[in-house]
Design a protein around this ligand. Sequence first.
Ligand code: UTP
Length: 293
Amino acid sequence: MPNKVRKAVFPVGGLGTRFLPATKAMPKEMLPVVDKPLIQYAVEEARAAGIEEFIFVTGRGKTTIEDHFDHSYELESVLNERNKQSLLKELQASVPKPGSIAYIRQQEPLGLGHAVWCAKRLVGDEPFAVILADDLILADTPCLAQMAAAREQAGGGNMLAVMEVPKAHTSRYGILSPGKETDNLIEITGLVEKPAPEKAPSNMAVIGRYILEPTIFSLLEKQQRGAGNEIQLTDALSEMLGDVPFYGMKFDGTRYDCGDKIGFLEANIAFALHRTDMQDDMRDIVKKIANNL
Ligand code: UTP
């Protein structure tokens, strides 16, 4: 039986330049989809997969994330006075248990690989998940829970969430070389970060959900800068190929790139259409706008 995955790392140290000016003074992970910040969806997804410890790799200007996952006594007492009990309960339930949440600062945004490496001591010697909050996934079974179940069946190792992308977009993602494919699992035989379409080994892209063996840390430690002059997680991962079971999982669900303005707008519409309390109104609005185009 592979070790259970108990810890998740949330790298939130990026600058979010694709979403300026919104992200000038506000972390992109705090952008709300409908009424909830992206980072809260990510934490809820982790909880649903059985994660018990939440490790945030933060950077400058990210303190609102810490405040979001803490009690706000003033607000809670006002909600109590105004008898808004269900809202109060909802807010209190979103605060992780004392001692289960930790923050470590990535002093320079040197890339995703470097951000994950910063969590080394907090993760220790056990498998862990990585969730990129700006990749938001709408799914019946949360994506990380799908991956944890698939990883148990595969006997442990690395499990990455993957999806098909248009060939013209391969230079935006880590792209895999596919080996044997069974049901929704693809054995990964190669990985390359942001290849040009003519050099891409496939159009299967890695998106922001990973379950990783802790041996990644020693590889990240000596990782040189790669694509975009950043320390890339993909480069360290490709050095683990052949050493551990290594799979990509074609998850059930739809992924929205909320680090990108169009992806973020699409996510808001899709999530609102999915919510029973607003889908009727939202459908009317979308129809009205479409009819006026
Ligand atoms: P992105 O590639 O989206 O980079 O990072 P970014 O800086 O956040 O945004 P853009 O491209 O400038 O608009 C993917 C994930 O890795 C984290 C980001 O916070 C995001 O969740 N990241 C990236 C870090 O934590 N540290 C880094 O140095 C880079």
